[in-house]
Design a protein around this ligand. Structure first.
Ligand code: SF4
Ligand code: SF4
Length: 355
């Protein structure tokens, strides 16, 4: 097993319940109704996970709190989690990493943020990624009228110096408000350029019933090209798991011992191992082979954009019709590169943000 296999880049899933009921929520109906987990159970599970990882001579790499809504815990508990993960990184001389959290933002009120800041002292120790689907009309429709509160809390986090990320989903609803969507991205993009915070703003495409049609994806691609918004696309940003296709590698461990590939498989069918009972060596091997045989369209093997795409995320691929086995983003990638190349801009320059 190579050294890089011994580093576990992971989500740590704290809850299966949430304080917001979005239209496209991925949590099964029956689990949404479960009571909120006691914070002590979460902290004990994390300490056990870290001990087992260290005992088996593995290390935590990237660590992101997730699922369904991790900020349901008290700020004191969140601060304790940050402390425990940092102790692990210090012990293993892992430098430059910080805990992150993916959140709907509703619990990150001024009071909550102030308590956290007081406990962790340096706000840079917690990267807060807000799920916001701009513009307001779209967010409110999909995310239960929560736009004002989420944006207000994001503003507080920015003011207090927490590194803030923004992750948006582009759906058929977004497509009705393209200009407003572009204006919103530009507004926060400018703020990012001048202040360095938000440190990251990215969008990904919705799947299932909310997904854009292939025709809409093409039109959306032209919209992004015309408005110079390509840098906000997750699939064009180097380093994301989707770009490795069937060889993607990421982990999501929950407090009960369940192992999932990532947040997209965070459901009962997505469990592939038990970290409380199995060795991490066995978990890594199982994870490596999890999607290795997922169907890929034969055209992908001859595609000039394969290095960026590799047929995309194995869980979000097209499953039917001519597009079967191709990435959700296939027509987006082809359109933006074909159009950019006509203007003398090439794939490596675009993915390295040299445009
Ligand atoms: S299944 Fe998709 S989202 Fe999950 S790790 Fe693999 S590429 Fe990433
Ligand atoms: S861009 Fe389309 S055809 Fe090319 S590798 Fe990706 S999914 Fe396959």
């Amino acid at each position: 097993m190579s050294l890089s296999d011994k580093i576990l880049n992971m989500y740590f899933a704290t809850h299966r319940t949430c304080n917001l009921m979005c239209k496209y929520c991925y949590i099964p109906e029956e689990t949404k109704k479960e009571p909120k987990v006691n914070d002590k159970v979460i902290i004990d599970a994390l300490i056990l996970l870290i001990r087992k990882i260290e005992f088996e001579k593995f290390k935590i790499g990237t660590f992101c709190l997730h699922g369904a809504e991790p900020s349901l815990m008290e700020p004191e508990s969140l601060a304790e989690i940050i402390k425990q993960v940092n102790l692990h990184w210090q012990k293993n001389e892992t430098l430059g990493l910080n805990v992150s959290i993916q959140t709907n933002g509703l619990n990150f009120t001024k009071d909550y943020l102030e308590t956290i800041k007081k406990l962790i002292i340096n706000p840079k120790k917690l990267r807060i990624s807000f799920s916001i689907d701009p513009p307001k009309q779209v967010h409110d429709y999909l995310r239960n009228d929560s736009y004002d509160k989420a944006v207000q809390n994001m503003g507080e986090a920015l003011r207090m110096g927490f590194p803030v990320g923004i992750l948006s989903v582009v759906s058929r609803e977004t497509y009705k408000y393209l200009n407003e969507f572009g204006e919103w991205l530009n507004l926060y993009g400018e703020k990012s350029k001048t202040d360095g915070n938000p440190y990251k703003i990215k969008f990904k495409f919705a799947t299932g019933e909310s997904a854009l049609t292939e025709e809409e994806i093409k039109e959306f691609s032209y919209f992004l090209l015309d408005n110079d918004l390509l840098q906000f696309s997750q699939i064009l940003t180097p380093g994301y798991c989707q770009q490795r296709g069937n060889e993607c590698i990421w982990y999501e461990f929950d407090i009960f011992g369940n192992c999932y590939s990532c947040n997209k498989a965070y459901n009962n069918d997505g469990i592939f191992a038990d970290w409380k009972k199995e060795s991490f060596e066995s978990i890594v091997n199982k994870r490596r082979n999890l999607y290795i045989s997922e169907f890929q369209n034969s055209e992908c093997f001859e595609c000039e954009y394969e290095l960026l795409c590799n047929s995309g995320c194995p869980l979000d691929r097209n499953y039917t019709g001519d597009m079967r086995g191709k990435a959700l983003e296939c027509n987006f990638i082809k359109t933006v590169f074909a159009e950019s190349e006509k203007k003398g801009k090439y794939i490596y320059d675009i993915i390295n943000n040299k445009i």
